[in-house]
Design a protein around this ligand. Structure first.
Ligand SMILES: [Zn+2]
Length: 250
């Protein structure tokens, strides 16, 4: 069993600042253990709203230092370690996040382990197994992530990045893809994916299921559900748009 709860689906500053979508990241569940991915602003509130037992969050994964992926990290670490009374939790993140001081040093000591992500490396976190891709093209140290599912299929998470040659190759073994698509149309100098980039990924990878996520304002205006629907029709593939509170089982 591998479940994903979309605590939030917001991407980019405006949508996050105005909370047009929630920004709580994703929560993975396998064998009654949780892995919290990218705890953006409001994550703690949504974990409470969905009645997630905090003590079962044994792993946290932060893809990169930007606040829409990390703002609630401190309070989450404080919560799962019961203010330091219980040494708990493994935190996976690029070294840069710690170097930038995004996690207070007294909280770092309360965690069981902090593991720095490196390119093309494998990690085991309780029932979760994942590996990283080459560095992505973003304004922060950031890697693509590939989870090995219990049935030997793979889930690729294409976090914030510009499109580059070789991006799709990194995710070639994935039947499932979650892709952060901040923009509807590309914009020069913005290191985020847009719909034309998603089309290139769909053409090459032809995943069993693609989930669009992490929407900026231009995607919200374009209506992610309609965008996903037309991509599904155009490529004869299953493409869906994530929404706050969406739950899926892979
Ligand atoms: Zn980012």
């Amino acid at each position: 069993m591998f479940q994903i709860l979309f605590l939030g689906t917001a991407g980019a500053r405006y949508v996050v600042a105005k909370q047009l979508r929630a920004s709580g990241g994703l929560l993975f569940k396998s064998n009654s253990e949780y892995l919290l991915f990218d705890p953006g602003p409001g994550t703690l509130v949504y974990l409470a709203k969905y009645k997630i037992p905090l003590e079962k969050i044994s792993n946290i994964l932060v893809s990169h230092k930007h606040l829409d992926h990390s703002a609630d990290l401190n309070i989450i670490v404080d919560a799962i370690t019961e203010g330091g009374f219980k040494k708990r939790g493994t935190l996976f993140l690029p070294k840069e996040v710690i170097e930038e001081g995004l996690l207070l040093s007294y909280l770092q000591e309360n965690l069981k382990e902090i593991v720095f992500l490196k390119e093309k490396a494998s990690y085991v976190a309780g029932p979760f197994k994942f590996y990283t891709t080459l560095p992505l093209k973003h304004t922060a140290e950031n890697y693509g992530l590939i989870f090995e599912l219990p049935n030997n299929e793979r889930l690729g998470i294409i976090t914030d990045t510009a499109y580059f040659e070789g991006l799709s190759e990194e995710f070639r073994d994935c039947q499932f893809i979650i892709v952060n698509v901040v923009r509807f149309e590309p914009k020069e100098g913005v290191l985020h994916l847009s719909i034309p980039d998603v089309k290139k990924l769909l053409q090459t990878l032809r995943p069993k299921l693609t989930i669009l996520n992490h929407f900026g304002m231009t995607m919200i205006k374009a209506n992610p559900f309609k965008v996903a629907q037309s991509l599904s029709q155009e490529y004869n593939l299953q493409v869906i748009a994530a929404y706050d509170g969406m739950k899926i089982e892979l």
